[in-house]
Design a protein around this ligand. Structure first.
Ligand code: NAP
Length: 219
C-alpha cells in the first residue's frame, strides 16, 4: 500500500506515521506538510508545501497512491468560526478534491472527532463544520472514504501534540487517561490504535463509513 499522509507532525499524524513505517504492508509514505517530520526512514518521503488551498505545483507528485490518511486539523478553541471553517473545511476539501481527481482507487481516511454533527445544523460550531466536511468528503469519487471520530486519544511512544494546551492537558491527565482507556474504551483510544486502524480500514474496508472510538479500537 502506498500512503499519502497529511498532518504527519501532529499528534494523530505522528502516531499514524509510526504505524505505517512499522507495517510491512505499507510500501511507502509520502508526508505532505508545511514543516518537516524530522524523521528519516527508507519508506518515508516528504514534500514541504506552503499553500494548502492550491496543489497545482505538486499535483503530479500526488498520483499513484492507495490511501490518504488526513490527520491535519486544528482545535476550535479560541479561533473564529470563519478561521475554523477555513482550516477545517477549506483545507481538507482542497486536498481531497485534488487527490480524488488524481487517484480514483484511493481510500481516504479523515480524522474528525467524537460529537461531529452530521446534520450540520446543531449548536456546536466545530461539530457543524466537521459534519459538513465529513458529508462533502463522502460525496467525492474516492474508491472509499472513512471518517474516524476518536474521543480522547492517549499519545504513546513519546508522541506529542503540536498544540501546547492539548499537550499540557495530556501530560497532566496521563494516569487518568490510561485508566479510562482500560475501563471505558468507548471514550478513549491511543495514537497507536488510531494509526493501526487506519491501515487496516484502508486495506480491508469497514462495514460503515463513520467510525467512533469503539470501532477504532475494535478494528
Ligand atoms: N488530539 C486529540 O485528542 C484529538 C481527539 C479527537 C480528534 N482529533 C482530531 O485529530 C486531528 C489532528 O489533531 P492533532 O491532535 O494531531 O493536532 P496537532 O497535534 O495540533 O497537529 C496538527 C497537525 O495539523 C497541521 N496543521 C495545522 N494547521 C495547519 C495549517 N494551517 N496548514 C498546514 N498544516 C496545518 C500541523 O502542522 P504543523 O506541525 O506544521 O503545525 C500538524 O501536523 C484534528 O482534526 C483534531 O480535531 C484530535
Amino acid at each position: 500500500m502506498k500512503v499519502i499522509l497529511f498532518g504527519a507532525t501532529g499528534m494523530v499524524g505522528q502516531g499514524c506515521l509510526r504505524e505505517c513505517l512499522l507495517d510491512s504492508g505499507v510500501e511507502s509514505v509520502l508526508a505532505v506538510g508545511r514543516s518537516a517530520t524530522g524523521q528519516r526512514h527508507a519508506k518515508l518521503c516528504e514534500i514541504l508545501h506552503d499553500d494548502f488551498l492550491d496543489y497545482s505545483a505538486i499535483e503530479s507528485e500526488l498520483e499513484g497512491f492507495d490511501a490518504c490518511f488526513f490527520c491535519l486539523g486544528v482545535s476550535s478553541l479560541g479561533i473564529s468560526e470563519e478561521r475554523y471553517r477555513h482550516l477545517t473545511y477549506d483545507l481538507t476539501m482542497a486536498a481531497a478534491k485534488t487527490l480524488s481527481r488524481r487517484n480514483p482507487n484511493m481510500v481516504f481516511i479523515y480524522v474528525t472527532g467524537a460529537g461531529t454533527d452530521s446534520t450540520e445544523r446543531g449548536r456546536s460550531m466545530w461539530a457543524r463544520i466537521k459534519g459538513k466536511t465529513e458529508n462533502d468528503l463522502l460525496k467525492l469519487p474516492f474508491k472509499a472514504a472513512y471518517m474516524f471520530r476518536p474521543a480522547g486519544i492517549q499519545p504513546l511512544h513519546g508522541i506529542r501534540s503540536r498544540t501546547a494546551w492539548v499537550q499540557a492537558l495530556y501530560v497532566a491527565a496521563a494516569p487518568l487517561l490510561a485508566l479510562l482507556g482500560r475501563v471505558a474504551p468507548k471514550y478513549m483510544t491511543t495514537t497507536e490504535q488510531v494509526g493501526r486502524a487506519m491501515i487496516r480500514v484502508a486495506r480491508d474496508g469497514y462495514p460503515k463509513p463513520v467510525l467512533e472510538s469503539e470501532d477504532i479500537n475494535r478494528v
